[in-house]
Design a protein around this ligand. Structure first.
Ligand code: DX5
Ligand code: ZN
Length: 225
């Protein structure tokens, strides 16, 4: 069953409690928390303090996406703040295998993210150690961007890589996904789909989530071997 991970990056930050309650009513599977440091990506969002506050308001699974340099320095803070999974960017880790070990030692699920232009081959050695592989379908840093069509082929190849080397790894796709393309992303092999603007671009959060679910319903995966 396809999981929907709702990004709050385009929600109303003056009233996140309401946004989270709407997502719970809409029965999203995960809450996608986009942490940005203004260094690895040209934008600043929020840190562990906000996550700690949100943790007190919901039991939703916290899918934490660290778009920050030197993530090793903050893993414990994010775990203590309530992150259930911590995804780091390959591009920010000098010793990725050690970072993955540290995330798992903290008791969180460990994810690795790849920017659109980063080749899939970068994660071939580490695929057996991770719980989640995040394929970026936009250049990280902002919500509401256009889906990059060239990433579809990479998503299919990532699904084949996961199936071949570690079938238990969840394949997550993040960026620019809406009712017009969710079917293609799901059939390419995504297990988890992140959506932000497609959910928060109108007040009808529940309706937007329902539309995404309807569009992705019963999609057949066009696997490549
Ligand atoms: C971008 C973030 C994404 C983004 C998704 O750097 O990682 O999670 O917020 O939002 P939409 O669905 O609006 O592209
Ligand atoms: Zn994200």
């Amino acid at each position: 069953m396809l999981k929907l991970s709702a990004s709050i990056l385009t929600a109303d930050f003056s009233d996140l409690k309401t946004a989270v309650a709407q997502l719970e009513e809409a029965q999203v599977d995960w809450l996608h928390l986009d942490v940005m440091d203004g260094h690895f990506v040209p934008n600043l969002s929020f840190g562990p303090m906000l996550i700690r506050s949100l943790r007190r308001t919901t039991k939703l699974y916290f899918d934490t996406h660290l778009m920050i340099s030197n993530p090793d320095e903050y893993l414990m803070e994010f775990r203590d703040a309530g992150a259930d999974s911590i995804t780091v960017h390959f591009e920010t880790c000098t010793h990725l295998s050690r970072t993955i070990q540290q995330i798992k030692q903290l008791g969180a699920k460990a994810g690795v993210a790849l920017n659109p232009s980063s080749p899939l081959s970068l994660v071939k050695e580490i695929i057996g150690e991770i719980d989640l592989l995040l394929i970026m379908s936009v250049n990280p840093g902002f919500g509401g961007q256009e889906f990059l069509p060239f990433t579809l082929k990479k998503i299919k190849e990532a699904a084949a890589l996961v199936r071949r080397y570690k079938p238990g790894v969840l394949l997550e796709v993040d960026g620019g996904i809406d009712a017009t393309n969710i079917q293609r992303v799901a059939s390419a092999g995504a297990d988890v789909i992140v959506a932000g603007a497609a959910i928060f671009n109108s007040r009808d959060v529940v309706g937007n989530v329902r539309l995404l679910r309807k569009k992705a319903k019963g999609v057949k995966r066009d696997f490549i071997v």
